[in-house]
Write a protein that binds this ligand. Sequence first.
Ligand code: FES
Length: 140
Amino acid sequence: FVPKSAGGTGGGLAARDAAGSVLKAQPYLASHAAGSRELVLGLQGEATWLIVDTDKALEPFALNAVCTHLGCVVPWVPAENKFKCPCHGSQYDRNGKVIRGPAPLSLALEHVDVSGDGEIVLSSWKDEDFRTGEMPWWKF
Ligand code: FES
């Protein structure tokens, strides 16, 4: 499923790796396998999961890694195809939709676009959450 992108990169911020370097789409995709999820620095400098889809393209959404229960960073568990919070056991599916509490809400979304010069750009997700059909619970 490919959600509608907001289009454009107005107001976006380049995704950065842990060292603070701006990430470019071409080298990122060349060095990441289909289905990979990797933590990058996202909006407000928060840990954010950047996702390569099964066709080896960037998913048009990234996931804020902060658990909606009490704020632990939620790891991806490839063997189980889900995100599992180590703090109190909440689980999220591959798209960050909450599937087990105590977390009350799904992981927050961010848009992913590629700028004209190839940078991976994140921006606020203000439209409907494609996982729930509801408007975002998160602030942007
Ligand atoms: Fe993630 Fe409590 S902080 S389950």
